[in-house]
Design a protein around this ligand. Structure first.
Ligand code: SF4
Length: 346
């Protein structure tokens, strides 16, 4: 296929053509750099059709690393004997003073399933309200699975987006990853958030699947709640977890899956996280078809990312200015705030 053929393939997807499971299988299977480059090219063409060269950016505040759960892949699982923190409202207020000077479209408030908040949801609502008042931007909440009343409470206090990752739609794998947590309960919570008017994000992990069929189940499963944003993230073995010794290759399959997500879900938001490979990784992910930069943290912040990565390497340049400067070198730029707000209302 030359560029003309690839353009016409992108046009077919834009017009509503769907990938079959066999199409997905052959894309997941291929190791040919030439075919992978073509896949990324088509994904960029589709993204550019819907979003142009505009990128959305989310600021990231991980305000509690306490958690009652024991997800097998997560550094913050309850049995891991690590240092944890829970920010006070005053700490959060101070972070807001920095965020409100920054050119981000949304603030992502993330925590583990911390009983301090889960048992008293009004504490969580207070934080959402505080950040909304201080920063005045849309708010994404990532509180884990909370009940319907709490979702409503958070919404009434200013939350716009719910991030709640299934991580896999392969039931057997789910049981191994999200130990002792309800598969349906997670879906129901996301569905209820949609009913309440939230935008929602769902996501899958890669490099943990037993086989390619499991990946396809998750790629298809991501349609379950009709999410507004779909993410893939490479599993990274974490110290002190049951999966500590698991070997992974690199982030190549994540890049390929980002492109496949763009083909499967052409109009959705797809993140390029800074969490795993910092700003260089962001470039690769945008080149694979992503259109949102997530996990932006202020240059002077000492907060945690979602994964416990190589800080010296990945922490560098995770601030807005560095991101915008790098976007420019790629011919991309931040979208207007009004474009993002329009998306939230769609
Ligand atoms: S992934 Fe979330 S819910 Fe699971 S152990 Fe980690 S912080 Fe807790």
């Amino acid at each position: 296929m030359d560029n003309k053929d690839l353009d016409s393939y992108a046009d077919q997807i834009i017009a509503g053509s769907q990938l079959s499971d066999d199409d997905i299988r052959s894309l997941l299977e291929t190791e040919s750099p030439e075919i992978i480059d073509k896949l990324h090219y088509v994904a960029r063409r589709i993204r550019d059709h819907f979003f142009g060269n505009k990128v959305f950016m989310y600021s990231f505040v991980y305000f509690s690393t306490h958690c009652k759960n024991k997800c097998a892949f997560c550094y913050y699982r309850n049995s891991n004997d690590i240092e944890r923190y829970r920010l006070s409202n005053e700490d959060i207020r101070q972070i807001c003073q920095v965020i409100k000077t920054e050119d981000v479209h949304m603030v992502d408030l993330t925590m583990g399933e911390d009983p301090y908040f889960h048992n008293k949801p009004e504490r969580l609502a207070e934080i959402v309200r505080l950040v909304k008042e201080e920063v005045g931007k849309p708010i994404m909440v990532s509180p884990g699975v909370v009940d319907d009343d709490t979702l409503e409470l958070l919404k009434n206090n200013g939350a716009n987006f719910l991030a709640l990752y299934q991580e896999t739609y392969d039931m057997e794998l789910y049981k191994q990853l999200r130990v002792d947590q309800s598969f349906e309960g997670r879906i129901n919570s996301r569905n209820h958030a949609k009913k309440l008017g939230y935008c929602v994000e769902d996501g899958m992990l890669t490099e943990v699947e037993p086989d390619m069929e499991s990946t396809i189940i998750s790629l298809r499963g991501l349609a379950t709640s009709n999410p507004d944003m779909v993410r893939v993230m490479t599993f990274l073995p974490q110290q002190g977890t049951p999966l500590e010794g698991k070997e992974i290759r690199d982030c190549a399959s994540e890049l390929k899956i980002i492109s496949i997500l763009r083909l499967l879900y052409p109009e959705k938001l797809i993140p390029a996280s800074l969490d795993l490979e910092g700003i260089d990784g962001m470039v690769h992910r945008l080149n694979a078809g992503a259109n949102v930069v997530t996990s932006i943290i202020s240059s002077n912040s000492s907060l945690e990312g979602v994964v416990n990565y190589d800080r010296e390497h990945a922490e560098r340049d995770r601030d807005v200015k560095s991101v915008v400067a790098r976007l420019k070198t790629m011919g991309m730029e931040p979208a207007e705030q009004s474009e993002f707000e329009k998306l939230l209302g769609r």
